[in-house]
Design a protein around this ligand. Structure first.
Ligand code: RB5
Length: 141
């Protein structure tokens, strides 16, 4: 899978951890920044990542801020984006199975590295179920 990843300053500390974890599983990860932990505004990085995911058909995104809230709300303003704020393996699984999420969001201040790994595995390994869920996802647009 190809991932675009971006954070704000409050998600910056786990960005390299996520990149390495995905790359070790043979996924491609494109880092859209930031490249230091200086303060930045999460809507700017959410928009950058969301636009790449929409332009690059079949790609996915990872967005991380302090809580995951601001960056997911922002990403969902971009047409075609289904950014899911997840907290654990279950929500990450369901975000793909039922919502066909194309961006996984979470909060660095909320989850630890073990939970992050389990969310990444669930997100990567779960296909969209389609069927009745496809009709609902279509209505979002
Ligand atoms: C930054 O302090 C923090 O507000 C931001 O990362 C995020 O949690 C907002 O939703």
């Amino acid at each position: 899978m190809r991932f675009y990843i971006a954070t704000d300053h409050a998600g910056y500390n786990v960005k390299d951890f996520v990149k390495e974890y995905l790359e070790n599983k043979s996924h491609e990860v494109i880092d859209l920044g930031p490249y230091s932990n200086d303060r930045v505004d999460y809507p700017d990085f959410a928009k950058k990542c969301a636009q790449k995911v929409v332009e690059d058909n079949g790609s996915f995104g990872i967005l991380i801020c302090g809580t995951g809230i601001g960056i997911s709300v922002s990403a969902n303003k971009v047409c075609g984006i289904r950014a899911a704020l997840c907290h654990d393996s279950y929500t990450a699984t369901m975000s793909r199975a039922h919502n066909d999420a194309n961006i996984l969001c979470f909060g660095e201040r909320v989850v630890g590295k073990g939970v992050i790994e389990s969310m990444l595995d669930s997100f990567c390994d779960t296909p969209f179920e389609g069927g009745r869920h496809a009709d609902r996802v279509k209505k979002i647009e």
